[in-house]
Write a protein that binds this ligand. Structure first.
Ligand code: ADP
Ligand code: MN
Length: 297
């Protein structure tokens, strides 16, 4: 997170040849764990001298790492990959500039950013695969997959999350999908607070709104899969939105029913614990699965 804050400041200092070399390192990482410095001139279409000068700068900005055992090689850091994604998103006019951190999740860093006309949007940097938990999980992978795992998992998660927002946005209260590149998703800002951090004056009404949104997503054959009081934002006008969709599954998924039950029961147990509202998971499940518009009592 620190990393990125620095980046926001340093970003303006980066020149187009810096990006060309950064991109060259990214290209090389398809073939090498550590990209040999000798390969860079051809990936970047720059002279050896220019490449040497540029990698020196990238090293100082901590956008690449260098290894000198066996041969001199470079690889991207997380900040380097962030820089490439930001650059692409700026070029595509999805954002104009990164702002400040608004949330740190389990597996992401979330920033606000300016879009044209001063509109504030959210930029979510996926970090799946960079934690120890995932390294462990990746142990069974081939050497090839292992080499990529730190950014491949994050890229897949970003693509998946963006896909869910696109499927749902017209019917379900989710952030508006704006753009996606590499491990980054740009989406609309929800001006609300996490359900876990507020005291509701009308908890029953909010619970009913959440259930209604789960049902709407279900009508689009989408199950969240990681629903909890941390992934529901409540706005001051009482509207809610459901965020954090990278692990969604389609209704056709063999575990979809189990995942839906877990989503529902996470939400119900939070309301039971905090607000003493008791509803049975099975009743809500059958309400969600029916074309019945009356919520159960
Ligand atoms: P994680 O998988 O890391 O939990 P989230 O998508 O839940 O990722 O984002 C982390 C935090 O960032 C959220 O709890 C929330 O506070 C904030 N956040 C994420 N997306 C938005 C958004 N579209 N609008 C406002 N805040 C957001
Ligand atoms: Mn979350």
């Amino acid at each position: 997170m620190k990393m990125l804050q620095n980046l926001a400041g340093e970003f303006r200092k980066l020149e187009s040849y810096d990006f060309r070399v950064l991109h060259g390192v990214e290209t090389g990482m398809r073939f090498f764990d550590w990209v040999p410095v000798d390969e860079l001139p051809s990936y970047c279409r720059l002279t050896k001298e220019e490449v040497n000068y540029r990698v020196g700068r990238l090293l100082r900005f901590k956008l690449v790492r260098r290894r000198t055992t066996h041969y001199v090689g470079y690889k991207l850091t997380v900040a380097g990959l962030d820089a490439l994604a930001i650059r692409t998103l700026v070029k595509r006019e999805a954002i104009e500039a990164i702002g400040s951190e608004i949330g740190v999740g389990k597996e992401s860093d979330v920033y606000d950013a300016k879009r044209d006309k001063g509109i504030t949007v959210v930029v979510k940097f996926h970090r799946e695969g960079t934690t120890f938990r995932h390294v462990k999980r990746a142990r069974g992978y081939s050497a090839h997959a292992k080499r990529y795992s730190w950014n491949l998992a994050a890229k897949l998660a970003a693509a998946r999350e963006y896909q869910a927002l696109e499927k749902l946005y017209s019917v379900v209260a989710v952030p508006k999908p704006i753009a996606q590149d590499r491990h980054v998703v740009v989406m609309g800002l929800i001006e609300g607070k996490e359900l876990s951090r507020i005291n509701l004056t009308d908890p029953l009404e909010v619970l009913q709104k959440i259930i209604a949104q789960i049902k709407l997503a279900y009508s689009r054959k989408v199950i969240h899969g990681d629903l909890s009081e941390y992934n529901v934002l409540v706005c001051s006008d009482g509207q809610i939105a459901i965020i954090d969709w990278p692990q969604w599954v389609p209704l056709s998924h063999p575990n979809s029913n189990e995942l839906l039950r877990r989503d529902v029961s996470n939400v119900l147990s939070y309301f039971a614990r905090k607000y003493k509202i008791t509803k049975r998971t099975e009743d809500i499940m059958s309400y969600i699965d029916q074309d019945n518009h009356e919520p159960p009592q």
